[in-house]
Write a protein that binds this ligand. Structure first.
Ligand code: EPZ
Length: 448
């Protein structure tokens, strides 16, 4: 298994180009199942989760062509630069220009098998589109994972409101809608990102009007809704907690840009702050991560939005700042572990309260190995900052926990070995290269 070795204590300085967002790209890819025409996605990240989703979609009948797009072809993309939509402007400085064209002329198989779904929970996003287009889906139940039980009950209940018949048998969700889905009023009891995405896709082809209340407002939802509209859907209320969808009979092809990855942005912003360095993050936007940037400013980090990106710089003497994870626009749970690493190096104490997942402090015992002083009480953790962290061998447990260990390793004196880094490869593209380009002493050890 690969590991990452870091010799820490170097203030990072330079530029990092932020890639397309994994959590936007995955639902956008699933939208191919809604149409027999081609959907082209640009600014696609190269990540293991994208490969897993490609494999899943191929076995449903999708044809997937990938290519690097010529720079002059990066224009005329639907949704590009739409204000407040969360859609990255095509041709914006820093976009990678990799593109993927997905075409599902015919859904040849309605089963999403356990072997693929267990690798990536976002596989459940095929449920809504399969039901909407084929009236039938058999999707493995995802099961729990390292950060919590993560049920899909709200997805299923909401699809039932649209007329789906759902049974759970032998570990699979068996869903049918023989007469087609019908629009309805859905009130989510709790904000769910994946639930909102599944319902948006299902309702786009349902007969009549659907209203989704208490819908997630994450920018990735905006990216999906704009994409569906570019494909001919009729969705309004984008960016708000109430989405209105007027069902249409068929959707067509589109060309859509994947928004910049706000969690990759935040992770490298913290890499700059935790090493007391100065990094320009390119191809991303300040407004995608205001809650995190505002907490960083309170801690004493300089955050400066510039055209096409953000400059993040810090010196010693950062203050401890309390945060609580919340649905967007609150502080994202996907930045909680990285925030804890930063707070472990701040002057004074801080508290982090996790309200989204019940088991998302798995990084705490590993951060303690660097000398971090963290105490967990239920859903809250108290961190007492230390002048110095020291390098240690550690083990990654999930994607964002892994990145918090990389960040602690960058700040710590001496050598750190982060084991089990396959989690990182699910969500961070060319991490060693990006950090190495800013002066980090970091290398991948193959088969450690
Ligand atoms: C998305 O997961 C993200 N994944 C997660 O990112 C992110 O942490 C999460 O949203 C919250 O922001 C993708 O976008 C692919 P939820 P999702 O449904 O959709 C509970 C990362 O590191 N719940 O908003 O699965 C659930 O257990 C990943 O990139 C139910 O109880 O999250 C959780 O406590 C990790 N029943 C809460 O709601 C349901 O039917 C929010 O989950 C659905 C969810």
């Amino acid at each position: 298994m690969d590991a990452i070795r870091i010799t820490g204590g170097v203030p990072l300085s330079g530029e990092i180009v932020i890639g397309g967002a994994k959590n936007a790209a995955l639902p956008l890819m699933a939208a191919t199942l809604l149409t027999d025409k081609s959907l082209t996605l640009i600014n696609m990240p190269e990540l293991m989760d994208i490969t897993t989703m490609s494999n899943l979609l191929r076995q449903h009948g999708a044809r997937i062509d990938q290519s690097a797009l010529a720079p002059d072809a990066r224009s005329g993309v639907a949704g590009s630069g739409v204000a407040g939509s969360g859609v990255a402007g095509a041709g914006e400085a820093g976009t990678t220009g990799r593109s993927m064209t997905l075409t599902t002329e015919c859904i040849t198989n309605v089963t999403a098998p356990y072997d693929l779904v267990r690798r990536m929970r976002a596989s459940v996003l095929v449920l809504g589109p399969l039901l909407a287009r084929r009236g039938e889906a058999k999707v493995s139940l995802p099961g729990g994972c390292a950060i919590g039980t993560r049920p899909v009950d709200m997805h299923l209940k909401a699809l039932e409101s649209l007329g789906a018949k759902i049974q759970l048998k032998e570990g699979y969700i068996h869903a049918t809608a023989p007469g087609g889905l019908k629009g309805a009023n859905v009130v989510f009891p709790k904000v769910t990102v994946g639930g909102t995405e599944n319902l948006l896709m299902a309702a786009a082809l349902a007969a009549g009007d659907t209203i989704l209340e208490n819908a997630a407002r994450e920018p990735e939802i905006g990216n999906l809704a704009e994409c569906l509209n570019a494909m001919g859907a009729k969705i309004t209320g984008i960016g708000s907690g109430t989405l209105r969808i007027r069902g249409v009979q068929a959707l067509h092809g589109a060309r859509v840009a994947v928004m910049p990855d706000r969690i990759e942005t935040g992770t490298y912003a913290i890499a700059s702050a935790i090493t007391r360095g100065r990094i320009t993050l390119k191809g991303t936007r300040f407004d995608l991560l205001e809650s995190v940037f505002s907490a960083m400013r309170q801690a004493g980090v300089s955050i400066e939005p510039v055209p096409g990106g953000v400059v993040v710089a810090a010196e010693n003497g950062l203050a401890g700042v309390d945060v609580m994870t919340e649905p967007y626009p609150g502080f994202p749970t996907d930045m909680q572990a990285q925030w804890m690493a930063l707070m472990a190096t701040a002057d004074g104490a801080s508290m982090i309260t996790e309200t989204i997942f019940e088991n998302r402090f798995m990084h705490v015992p590993e951060l303690t190995r660097f000398g971090a002083d963290v105490n967990v009480h239920g859903a809250s953790a108290i961190i007492r900052g230390r002048k110095k962290l020291s390098g240690a061998p550690v083990m990654a447990t999930d994607l964002r926990a892994s990145s918090s260990l990389i960040l602690a390793g960058l700040a710590a004196e001496g050598e750190t070995l982060v084991n089990r880094i396959y989690h990182l490869d699910r969500g961070y593209e060319r991490l060693e290269e990006k950090l190495g380009g800013c002066g980090a002493r970091i290398e991948r050890i193959i088969g450690a």
